[in-house]
Write a protein that binds this ligand. Structure first.
Ligand SMILES: NC(=O)c1ccc[n+]([C@@H]2O[C@H](COP(=O)([O-])OP(=O)(O)OC[C@H]3O[C@@H](n4cnc5c(N)ncnc54)[C@H](O)[C@@H]3O)[C@@H](O)[C@H]2O)c1
Length: 303
């Protein structure tokens, strides 16, 4: 198959289902050879199975594309290193990492156990960091050997990490961390030919169809299915291609037919006394500044 990603090799984590599957198929349709990673976990991250990744490899091959399965946990050093090694062994190069794997353990903060905190931080935050790090080591070596790549990393954020989401303290913190990681990686890795961006998607997958059943409902016959995961993939494909040259360190929301550039934290109204404030003065100044500042967007699910 030929297209926007012809000649490129992509790894997609958590690509056995949902959004990752849609990204892997879309990348293959645009000519990329794909390493389909998936640990095959349950919805809460427990268990494991090889079938989801293998099924997507079969789907890609049935379309005439090239793909191999990788079934390890991407939040481990061995899993992340072998993911990169699989791309190099199977296809001889690596151009794209789409970090997507993850799961939820939603609870209100007072009920959130340490295990649920650790598991969600681990799979999302460490599960983004480790594949990024191992791929970046490869790309740095390529650059030092005089072969600077046009490499791309697409991270997966969430509206929960941008605005916060009630009942998702662990997930919101992990996804906010992924945005910070994206900014640092973009700044550090540009010299090695690597662009790093993040997409905050919304789509109907097993992760969302229970909690957001109403907004995720499938449309009537012949109507645009705004919640299909496939709607998010075209932006991911473009961000994975050489065509997005110069775009790095940016965060996009993608849902249905809508793409939104998210504008990050920036200084708002400020006051400078030129000396140390008393607490009472600091409070008075803070209230004046808040009155002049934009009202924050509401946290998802807040009343
Ligand atoms: N669906 C949405 O509306 C939505 C919204 C915001 C963010 N996201 C994010 O998009 C990504 C994909 O979510 P989805 O909705 O497609 O969910 P999904 O459950 O359909 O797919 C996630 C996949 O990740 C795999 N996985 C879990 N832990 C893994 C590990 N350690 N190593 C390798 N694979 C692992 C699972 O087996 C699963 O197939 C996640 O990062 C999620 O947080 C989704």
């Amino acid at each position: 198959m030929t297209g926007m990603c012809t000649g490129r090799v992509a790894v997609v984590t958590g690509a056995g289902r949902g959004l990752g599957r849609a990204h892997a198929l879309a990348l293959a349709v645009e000519g990329a050879r794909v390493v389909v990673n998936d640990l095959g976990t349950g919805i809460d991250g427990t268990g494991g199975a090889t079938e989801p990744a293998e099924r997507v490899v079969d789907e890609i091959r049935a379309l005439g594309g090239e793909a191999v399965a990788h079934g390890s946990d991407i939040a481990t050093t061995d899993g992340a290193a072998s993911l990169v090694a699989t791309a190099l062994d199977a296809f001889g190069r690596l151009d794209v990492v789409v970090n997507n794997a993850g799961f939820l353990r939603d609870r209100m903060l007072v009920n959130l156990d340490e295990d649920d905190w650790d598991a969600v931080m681990r799979v999302h935050l460490k599960g983004h960091f480790l594949p990024l790090k191992h791929a970046a080591e490869h790309w740095r070596a390529e650059t030092k050997a005089g072969r600077t790549p046009q490499a791309r990393v697409v991270n997966t954020g969430s509206g929960a990490g941008l605005l916060g989401s009630v009942g998702q303290g662990n997930y919101s913190a992990a996804k906010a961390g992924i945005v910070g990681l994206t900014l640092v990686a973009a700044a550090e890795l540009g010299r090695y030919g690597v662009q790093v961006n993040a997409v905050a998607p919304a789509a109907r997958t097993r992760m969302t169809e229970q909690s957001f059943a109403e907004t995720m409902a499938a449309p009537g016959e012949g109507q645009f299915d705004a919640m299909a995961p496939e709607n998010v993939s075209p932006l991911v494909v473009w961000l994975s291609s050489a065509s997005c040259a110069g775009v790095t360190g940016r965060v996009f929301e993608a849902e249905g037919g809508r793409i939104t550039v998210m504008e990050g934290w920036r200084p708002g109204p400020a006051a400078d006394k030129g000396a140390r404030w008393t607490p009472a003065e600091a409070g008075e100044a803070a209230l004046k500044l808040l009155a002049a500042a934009k009202t924050p967007q509401p946290v998802y699910g807040a009343r």
